[in-house]
Design a protein around this ligand. Structure first.
Ligand code: FMN
Length: 172
């Protein structure tokens, strides 16, 4: 698939086909593409949790204020920023800004790669960080940035609009 096609095909999916599983090798291929994302100084300050256990998915859906489609997906990825790793290269700017930008780039790569594999995803950012960390059993150094349920879409997902480019792009 061309980049253009993947970018246009990707949309947030919140209704997953419960009967269709996603195998580990597909998830692995998606993550291999994900980690090709750029990062400041190529420090790659990230960890990705691949969650399949129903009880953990349920806890993540709870952390995401009851967004139930999170636990309905066959696989849930949680992208976390490794603050200490980013700080080792860039101090406070690394810990507060770069690791968030780096993990955002990683997350978008994952969404596009999943679209390339015909899979639906949704970037879930509305969640209680402490509850998410508790669900994963992680410590302070790792900050969960995005919860990404992954699965085959149950039906057609309506597309969303965008503000006109001329309202956004400023040409000199
Ligand atoms: C940082 C961020 C946080 C988001 N959080 C949520 C969320 O908690 N729940 C949800 O259903 N969608 C969430 N979304 C998805 C957006 O609603 C969606 O990307 C937007 O409406 C555009 O639609 P599209 O992804 O289909 O193009 C989030 C997206 C981003 C980038």
């Amino acid at each position: 698939m061309e980049t253009r096609e993947a970018v246009l095909k990707r949309k947030s999916v919140r209704d997953f086909d419960a009967g269709k599983t996603v195998d580990d090798s597909t998830i692995r291929s998606i993550l291999e593409l994900g980690i090709r994302a750029p990062s400041a100084g190529n420090l790659q300050p990230w960890k990705i949790f691949v969650v399949r256990k129903p009880e953990t998915k349920k806890a993540l859906a709870g952390a995401a204020f009851g967004q139930r489609f999170v636990s309905a997906a066959p696989v849930v990825l949680v992208v976390c920023a490794d603050r200490a790793r980013a700080a080792s290269g860039y101090g406070r700017r690394g810990a507060e800004l770069y690791c968030i930008q780096d993990t955002a780039a990683l997350t978008e790569n994952i969404l596009l790669a999943a679209a390339d594999f015909g899979l639906g995803t949704c970037w879930v950012g509305a969640f209680d960080e402490s509850r998410c960390m508790e669900a994963l059993g992680i410590h302070e150094g790792l900050r969960p940035v995005a919860i990404v349920p992954v699965g085959y879409a149950a039906g057609n997902t309506a597309g969303t609009g965008r503000r006109p480019l001329d309202e956004i792009a400023l040409w000199d």
